[in-house]
Ligand binder design. Structure first.
Ligand SMILES: [Zn+2]
Length: 122
């Protein structure tokens, strides 16, 4: 698209009004997008915590595989309803968002690699 107007992350319509975020065309689209994100996060939370805290049973139950299947379901749903549009946050941006919120300390190796542009850990 060459109009110079960004597309709404939810409905894909061009955003023509001067909006603060430029990610969504309307408050309704923002709410729909964020509600879906929250519901999926709640589904993932318990599986991920169980995976990290009770590894033996999690491994026996193939929790990691189940988490990956869950993500695939979400990707398929997104592609069916919102084809061609990214429905998740890019890795660097997702990490930066957590650093900005204070959820991950700025001094961590992975975070430092984000700010320096180098791959981390070595
Ligand atoms: Zn929209």
């Amino acid at each position: 698209m060459t109009t110079g107007h960004p597309c709404c992350k939810e409905c894909g319509n061009r955003i023509t009004a001067l909006r603060r975020s430029k990610a969504f065309c309307s408050p309704q689209c923002r709410q729909t997008f964020n509600n879906r994100r929250m519901a999926r996060g709640a589904e993932l939370y318990d599986l991920f915590r169980a995976l990290r805290r009770e590894r033996s049973e999690a491994k026996a139950l193939n929790l990691w595989t189940q988490i990956c299947r869950l993500e695939k379901t979400w990707q398929d749903q997104d592609e069916a309803k919102r084809p061609g549009r990214r429905s998740y946050t890019a890795p660097r941006k997702a990490l930066a968002n957590l650093v900005d919120k204070g959820s991950i300390p700025r001094g961590e190796t992975l975070v430092r690699s984000y700010f320096t542009g180098r791959s981390g850990g070595r």
